[in-house]
Design a protein around this ligand. Structure first.
Ligand code: PLP
Length: 491
């Protein structure tokens, strides 16, 4: 159809506009069907003998009107409908790169779900929580709680968090605390305050996808540094910091997500020194730090920081209730002031009832008792997961046993591919996340994460048993295919 197009050079209407009118007519009349692919600009320009910029200008106009949609790497497609129709009105206007959720295969009922790093709902002390809520609502503070607050957070909680940080040597005279909507908002605010599009930040590879996305969606280059059993490879970071002007290095020194790795004290000191020399701020994400099941605690980066370059992120999400969305940032006063200003623009301030409830939960000693129970349960659940991996997963499987946290990193023997097997595992009643969800550069095909903390020991055993069946089945298939290869026809 498009090749039949005749342009009127004398009409006074620019060619791109004529092309736009023509394609628009084809779409609106239905001759070009919804979802059909329209030719790439390069092809159409040579087909019509036009400059490619002319074709691009027509396509841009069509896209602005919601008539076509361009999908990165796939080309342009007819969105369909009149301009302004419900279906296309917003798709044409949504700017920036689309952020799609990590898509997972459909999960059958009774699937043992190892995909989510979250606390155990069965351990939530519901009666205590109800009591705390009643205490807060019944207190004289309630009027203040219900009133508008400050972007830095609910004052009494902030003060308590700062006092605790000072007592642990994690805050000095120049430091402040601000409360955020979970640790995730802390990451987002830091991105806004410290980086510009085109800047580079260093992160662990593999990494928690929520951290990677925060920077990528803002046009910041995310550079991965390999994580081994001892956490981030500091030598690789040193080399990177010499090559690139980094705006930030983000690390999760305790029980890293997804590998579970913990950095030793020497590695932490070396990282700090390298960052200080290169003038790079260090973001210490310690959301899992309180969940230690074995080994000795290691000093935090913030405790070792003499240069004042460490920003510490924490959260109640992993130690208490992720649904309340309360996290906090500890860092230099001027940085916190800049973050608070951005937070005010974003959401004014965080919900004060959640903050007041968590403060009361802390002050009454209930949080400490709850964390104690979580650690006890987590230790048993981790043990159950490691034992089940040894019992049910194929010979040659490697398991990186963490000293705490919620995640167990498993490397499958060759030729098993954790990503390719995902759908079969789901169908077999067990769900995990393969390495590709966490990769910054290329993912290893053998890696997968099992988040165990929210599941009972029985469910963990059952789930890993199911995984073992899927993997053994695949190995048997691979061996049979290999035998066939080895017996070529004799001619
Ligand atoms: C390493 C890491 N950082 C941040 C978050 C987000 O935490 P929050 O719920 O406090 O926003 C998570 C959640 O899984 C995480 O694993």
């Amino acid at each position: 159809m498009l090749s039949l197009l005749q342009f009127d050079e004398r009409s006074g209407e620019p060619i791109y506009r004529q092309l736009y009118d023509h394609i628009r007519g084809e779409i609106v009349s239905g001759r070009l069907a919804k979802g059909s692919r329209i030719p790439p600009t390069r092809d159409l320009s040579s087909q019509l003998g036009l400059n490619r910029t002319t074709v691009k200008a027509a396509y841009e106009l069509l896209e602005r009107e919601g008539l076509i949609q361009t999908r990165a790497g796939r080309g342009s497609f007819v969105a369909g409908g009149e301009p302004g129709s419900g279906e296309t009105f917003f798709t044409a206007r949504i700017g920036g790169d689309s952020l799609t959720e990590a898509s997972l295969p459909p999960m059958p009922e009774d699937c043992v779900n190892f995909t989510s790093a979250r606390p155990a709902g069965d351990l939530f002390p519901l009666e205590e929580f109800r009591a705390v809520c009643a205490e807060v609502i019944g207190s004289g503070e309630v009027e203040r709680i219900l009133q508008l607050g400050a972007p830095q957070g609910y004052g009494p909680l902030r003060r308590r968090l700062l006092e605790d940080a000072v007592a642990r040597g994690e805050a000095g005279a120049d430091d402040e605390v601000m409360v955020t909507n979970g640790c995730q908002q802390g990451l987002d605010l830091l991105q806004r305050v410290l980086t510009q599009p085109g800047d580079a930040v260093a992160v662990e590879d593999p990494i928690y996808p929520g951290l990677k996305s925060v920077f990528q969606q803002a046009g910041v280059r995310v550079l991965g540094v390999r994580v081994g059993a001892d956490g981030m490879d500091v030598e690789a970071f040193e080399a990177l910091a010499k090559r690139e002007k980094l705006r930030l290095v983000a690390v999760t020194p305790n029980f890293q997500n997804p590998t579970g790795a913990t950095m030793g004290e020497a590695a932490r000191r070396r990282l700090l020194e390298a960052a200080r020399t290169a003038g790079v701020p260090v973001l210490e994400n310690d959301v899992y730090g309180a969940l230690r099941y074995s080994g000795e605690p290691v000093k935090s980066l913030k405790q070792m920081d003499e240069a004042g370059i460490v920003i510490r992120l924490n959260s109640f999400s992993k130690i208490a209730f992720p649904g309340l969305r309360v996290g906090w940032v500890t860092g230099r006063r001027e940085l916190i002031a800049a973050m608070a200003a951005r937070k005010q623009v974003t959401d004014l301030h965080s919900d004060q009832l959640s903050q007041a409830v968590l403060l009361r939960f802390m002050e009454s000693g209930r949080l400490e008792a709850h964390v104690g129970r979580m650690v006890e349960a987590g230790r048993k659940r981790l043990e159950a997961a490691v034992t089940a991996c040894g019992t049910w997963l194929p010979a040659g499987t490697r398991v990186m046993k963490p000293e705490g946290g919620m995640n167990l990193w498993v490397s499958l023997p060759e030729p098993l591919d954790a990503s390719a097997l995902l759908e079969r595992a789901f169908a077999g009643g067990v769900a995990y996340l393969p390495a590709r969800y966490f990769a910054v550069a290329g993912a290893e095909t053998d890696g997968l994460r099992l988040s165990f903390a929210h599941l009972s020991e029985e469910r963990i055993e059952e789930g890993i048993g199911r995984l073992g069946i899927v993997l053994e089945d695949e190995l048997a298939r691979a061996r049979a295919a290999w035998r066939e290869d080895k017996s070529p026809v004799i001619v």
